[in-house]
Design a binder for this molecule. Sequence first.
Ligand code: SF4
Length: 217
Amino acid sequence: MNAKEILDEVAAQVTQCEKCQLRFSRKNAVPGEGPANSEIMFIGEGPGFYENEQGRPFVGQAGKFLDELLEMAGLKREQVFICNVVKCRPPGNRDPEPQELQACNGYLDRQIEAINPHVIVTLGRFSMAKFLPQARISSIHGNAMLVNGRMIVPMFHPAAALHQPSLKPQVIEDFKKLPEYLAQMKKDQKEIPVFEQKEETSSDHNDEPPAEQLSLF
Ligand code: SF4
């Protein structure tokens, strides 16, 4: 199967999925969307009200802000793949639970493998924890690092900046770094400081990351 076929298959499976209790609170599953050859992939937390209604990621207020942020980074939504760590809406927009994250993880892994993006941007602490389980987002947001050979850039979730307007300038600054990171990955990823970390499944992300993780650009 080519990348597009794999993404289509994942999307079809997600819409029928009964692997966790979030199937009971979904109106529409939200597998994610974007080109199969996207150079950048954005991974958020989970669908909210409007996403659940439409079956599309980031279509509410946070989505509008994400569109603005993409534009500031010289990107268009049609160029990037956008999805979440859980594909069905947690009731009342509560945090996803560990067993839900674990149940849904295989779909995200297959999407990442199929797209094989140059850069993965995590939006919020739950997607960051997939790659950097011990990191604290307030310490490492906007910085790039290689984790198991992939460039990961942790960012605040756009909704966090809407709830806490003082974060907005920082979120904008972080997004403006993306073209530089993308160019760096295309040019020669050997020049990027590397921190190799074994992938962990723990969702514990309350501790400070080891210092090596902070050796960035
Ligand atoms: S959140 Fe993921 S694992 Fe749970 S029912 Fe939806 S698609 Fe399946």
